[in-house]
Design a protein around this ligand. Structure first.
Ligand SMILES: Nc1ncnc2c1ncn2[C@@H]1O[C@H](COP(=O)(O)OP(=O)(O)O)[C@@H](O)[C@H]1O
Ligand SMILES: [Mg+2]
Length: 401
């Protein structure tokens, strides 16, 4: 295959390792500076220029887009996607995961453990938000920080309020997060490639530092992940739209808590700690999937008028519970079940004989008109956690937004 690595630093460990792994396997491979592309939408077909000349044909790309060029970099990746060039790291995956708030918002629809998180703007909403995530100490984070910079532990409410106010006054958006103390300055980085974790390490913060980032002096050791951590990491990467990702998880009392998903995970720390050929796994994965360029199925399937993709939820007590898919007569209504989501598992192309259960979610493609009746009315929100009462009367009732 002919592969391009999009990177601004050809000499960096990760770029270098990916390139040599590709060459060792007999592929052609070039490192192209992301910032030297020009997106060309002037012709009949989407195109790309590189250093002022038309780009030659590539089969696959491996983007390594740094935080400082997210917008331009993801636009270049999207252009490759439009040109049907395979990428295990999609433009949506990059933008979804880069912003910590956006990532958590997307993951929160799924059964993925995460630290309780809040995002507010008005000063009056800060205190209730701190209480909602469990009260001080709380973690305050800049939305797009990396390497632990922009992650602060506020020991008490007063300090938390002051930090948030200061950051907001400089037009920084911050999120407020439950401090997962039981993780004790440690976290787990899982390197996901496709549908498995190919390497994992535990990072431990230095001294009384709570951030375990290597750039903050954290030390690393290889770990074997149990099934729960591994499946959480894989699911998080897939939900983000990333087939290659570094998933950071805290070790909470109730299992893994995902903090962030990295679309350009560094390979140096993890390869050194585990002595595994992570770069090689990434190249092998790209090679196996190069014939399957990412496509936006929702976009493609909704171009037929009157047809669309929808999720049908089977509530308790529904007539569908206990029926087989054939018995549900969805097909007769011109509805095809693409996949069935049950708890944490996904059953792709479920068979006609599959029996439906309460709380199943069916991803369907079909006639909008027939699906309309099957989509329940908007789900009422369940109030999960009451705002904890403070001992003073400052805690006015929180209005439903
Ligand atoms: N809610 C939290 N509870 C406990 N520790 C945390 C929490 N959030 C972050 N940390 C620590 O801080 C580190 C950096 O946080 P993270 O959200 O991954 O930001 P960055 O993008 O800067 O790495 C984590 O690796 C972890 O050690
Ligand atoms: Mg991190």
């Amino acid at each position: 295959m002919k592969l391009a690595i999009l990177s601004r630093s050809p000499g960096a460990y990760s770029t270098h390792r990916l390139k040599s792994a590709a060459l060792e396997r007999g592929h052609q491979c070039k490192v192209l500076n992301t910032l030297r592309f020009a997106i060309d939408l002037a012709g009949d077909e989407p195109d790309l220029q590189f250093r002022g000349r038309q780009l030659s044909d590539y089969d696959a790309i491996l983007p390594r887009i740094g935080a400082s060029i997210t917008y331009f970099g993801s636009a270049v990746v999207r252009q490759f996607e439009q040109m049907d060039v395979y990428t295990p790291i999609t433009a949506n995956g990059i933008t979804n995961s880069r912003d910590k708030l956006r990532a958590i918002q997307i993951l929160s629809r799924h059964e993925i453990g995460m630290p309780a998180t809040a995002f507010v703007r008005d000063r009056k909403d800060v205190l209730p938000a701190i209480e909602r995530v469990g009260g001080a100490p709380v973690v305050i984070k800049l939305l797009e920080g990396t390497q632990g910079i922009g992650v602060i532990l506020a020991p008490d409410t007063k300090v938390a309020e002051a930090i948030i106010e200061t950051l907001q006054s400089t037009r920084q958006n911050v999120l407020i997060q439950q401090f997962v103390a039981e993780s004790k300055g440690r976290d787990v980085r899982a390197l996901v490639v496709g549908d498995r974790v190919v390497a994992a390490m535990r990072r431990t913060a230095q001294g009384d530092e709570f951030r375990s980032n290597v750039h903050r002096g954290g030390s690393v050791e290889a770990v074997e992940l149990d099934e729960e951590f591994a499946s959480t990491a894989v699911a998080s990467a897939q939900i983000m739209g990333l087939r290659v990702a570094g998933v950071d998880m805290l070790e909470g009392d109730d299992g893994p808590m995902v903090m962030e998903v990295n679309s350009s995970p560094g390979l140096e720390g993890i390869e050194r700690a585990t002595r595994l050929d992570v770069a090689g796994s990434i190249i092998d994965y790209a090679q196996e999937h190069v014939r399957f360029p990412e496509l936006d199925i929702r976009q493609r399937l909704t171009v037929s008028r009157g047809y669309g993709v929808n999720e049908i939820h089977i509530p308790k007590g529904s007539a569908f519970v206990g029926q087989t898919i054939a018995g549900s007569e969805l097909r007769q209504k011109d509805i095809v079940v693409l996949s069935l989501h049950r708890n944490k598992t996904v059953i792709p192309n479920p068979r006609d004989s599959r029996v439906l259960e309460a709380d199943d979610r069916l991803l369907c493609f079909g006639k909008r008109e027939s699906m309309k009746d099957l989509i329940p009315e908007r789900r009422r929100r369940i109030r999960k956690r009451k705002v904890k009462k403070l001992d003073t009367e400052v805690n006015a009732p929180v209005a439903e937004g």
